[in-house]
Design a protein around this ligand. Structure first.
Ligand SMILES: [Fe+2]
Ligand SMILES: [Fe+2]
Length: 284
C-alpha cells in the first residue's frame, strides 16, 4: 500500500512538477445522441465492453432521438437505463413524443435543457449518488444560435453551476447546440467550475478534445449513436430529395453501419479533468 502511495506521489510529481496530487475518482462515459432502435441496440451491446475496457463508473447518454429518431418515451428511456446508463439528457427534440411528459414529471434520472422558462415540467440538472463515488452532477443546456429561442444558456448555466458546486465539484455539462462558437464560449466561461462540457446535437463527432487551463474537459460534439450509413442517422435518399426539391419527405431511421459515439472523461476528486478520450465503436 505504502509503495503504491509513494509511486502515485512520484508519478504525479513527475507530471505536475510536485504542485498537486489528486486521485482520479470518476471515470465517466458520455454517449452522443442515441438514434432509434439501432442506437439503443448499440448501447445495450457495446456498453458492457466499454465499461470493462475503460473501468467506467458512471454513464450519461443523450436520448433526444431514441424513439424512432425523434424524441424519447418512458419505454425507450427504460431500455437505455437497463443497458447501464445512469442519467439521460435531452435537447431540441424533447417534445416530439407526447409521453415525454411522464418522464419529465416522474423520472429523476432524466434531465432536459435547463434554460426553459420557469414553470416548464422537468429538471435541468440532477445530482446522483452512487456507492463508492462522490456525488456526480449532470447539467443539460441548449444553445440559441440557429436553434429555437430559449432563455440565455450562459446566464442560466452560471447560476446553476454555482448552486451545484455547493453539493459537488464533479459536474458534467451536455451543451446541446448547433454553433461551435457558442459551445466553446460556454465551456470557456465555465472553465475551472465544471469537470467537462461536451456538445451534442450536430450528430458529427469533432476532433477538438482538450482540457482547458482551469481543468475543464471539452469536446465540441460527441457525435451520435446509431446507423452511420445515413445522413445524421436517417435514410440518405429522402434527405437528398428534400434538398433537391424542397418538398416534405418521411425521414426514416437508417439501418447500416451502427456505431456508438461518445467520450470518456477522467475526473479527480477536486472536480478537475485529467483525461478526455473520444469513443467511436462499431457494432460487429
Ligand atoms: Fe438536437
Ligand atoms: Fe440529436
Amino acid at each position: 500500500m505504502m509503495l503504491r502511495v509513494w509511486m502515485c506521489f512520484m508519478d504525479c510529481s513527475l507530471k505536475t512538477g510536485g504542485k498537486r496530487c489528486y486521485r482520479v475518482v470518476v471515470k465517466l462515459l458520455f454517449i452522443g445522441d442515441i438514434v432509434g432502435q439501432p442506437g439503443r441496440r448499440a448501447v445495450k451491446e457495446l456498453l458492457p465492453k466499454l465499461r470493462d475496457a475503460h473501468g467506467l463508473q458512471f454513464v450519461i447518454a443523450n436520448g433526444e432521438n431514441s424513439a424512432g429518431g425523434s424524441g424519447i418515451t418512458p419505454k425507450t428511456a427504460e431500455e437505455i437505463f437497463s443497458a447501464g446508463v445512469d442519467v439521460i439528457t435531452c435537447g431540441d427534440h424533447l417534445w416530439d413524443q407526447k409521453e415525454v411528459v411522464e418522464l419529465l414529471q416522474n423520472e429523476k434520472r432524466f434531465v432536459r435543457p435547463l434554460n426553459y422558462p420557469a414553470g416548464v415540467a422537468g429538471q435541468g440538472s440532477v445530482v446522483v449518488e452512487k456507492p463508492g463515488l462522490p456525488p456526480v452532477a449532470v447539467l443539460n443546456l441548449q444553445g440559441r444560435t440557429f436553434m429555437p429561442p430559449l432563455d440565455n444558456p450562459f446566464i442560466a448555466a452560471r447560476a446553476e453551476v454555482e448552486r451545484l458546486r455547493r453539493q459537488t465539484k464533479i459536474i458534467f455539462v451536455d451543451f446541446h447546440a448547433e454553433a461551435t462558437s457558442e459551445k466553446i464560449a460556454v465551456a470557456r466561461m465555465l472553465d475551472g467550475q465544471v469537470s467537462a462540457v461536451v456538445g451534442t446535437h450536430t450528430h458529427v463527432q469533432t476532433a477538438d478534445e482538450q482540457i482547458f487551463p482551469g481543468g475543464t474537459a471539452y469536446l465540441s460534439d460527441a457525435g451520435f449513436t446509431g446507423p452511420h450509413e445515413s445522413v445524421l442517422g436517417r435514410e440518405i435518399e429522402p434527405i437528398i430529395q428534400r434538398f433537391l426539391t424542397g418538398l416534405p419527405q418521411r425521414f426514416e431511421v437508417a439501418k447500416g453501419r451502427v456505431m456508438l459515439h461518445g467520450v470518456v472523461v477522467e475526473i479527480e476528486e477536486d472536480g478537475k479533468a485529467t483525461a478526455i478520450r473520444r469513443i467511436s465503436e462499431s457494432l460487429p
